[in-house]
Design a protein around this ligand. Structure first.
Ligand code: SF4
Ligand code: SF4
Length: 145
């Protein structure tokens, strides 16, 4: 645990949060970097286990799902096994372009979330439901931290 916290502290120092999103985006274009994304399994669940482990605080909260900012994610993969509904995937998996663009778009406007909060009502009942994007997706922001 102590090691994990030490590592987390180092990673926070690594992050240059003073850089503008445009500059970070430009920097990303000049090097090969993968990212992780959140898909529609998160919708209406929002368990938020993931946000506590992210060393660079790159999760953003919508009304009923979270997204990852692709330009801020350092591809550590720590969050992926934390998600109880398997909603977090590396963008190297095929067919995830739609989710990458959705994560990018809404991470620019939704508020940052770094601390776990209560899951949504009925999260357990809805966690295995299909077609959640078409049925429930909201572009409205969440409340963040
Ligand atoms: S742990 Fe999974 S379901 Fe929960 S907020 Fe993160 S991505 Fe969404
Ligand atoms: S892989 Fe997950 S924990 Fe790691 S930086 Fe990206 S969003 Fe954060």
């Amino acid at each position: 645990m102590a090691l994990a916290l030490q590592g987390r502290h180092k990673m926070r120092n690594w992050k240059d949060r003073s850089a503008s999103p445009a500059r970070r985006s430009e920097s990303r274009k000049t090097r090969w970097i993968m990212t992780y994304i959140v898909n529609d399994k998160c919708i209406m669940c929002k368990y938020t286990d993931c946000v506590e482990v992210c060393p660079v605080d790159c999760f953003y909260e919508g009304e009923n799902m979270l997204v990852i900012h692709p330009d801020e994610c350092i591809d550590c993969g720590v969050c992926e096994p934390e998600c109880p509904v398997d909603a977090i995937k590396p963008d190297t998996e095929p067919g995830l372009e739609k989710w990458l663009e959705l994560n990018r778009k809404f991470a620019e406007t939704w508020p940052n979330i770094t601390q776990k909060k209560a899951a949504m009502d009925d999260a357990d009942a809805r966690k295995d439901e299909s077609g959640k994007f078409e049925k429930y997706f909201s572009s409205e922001p969440g409340s963040g931290d």
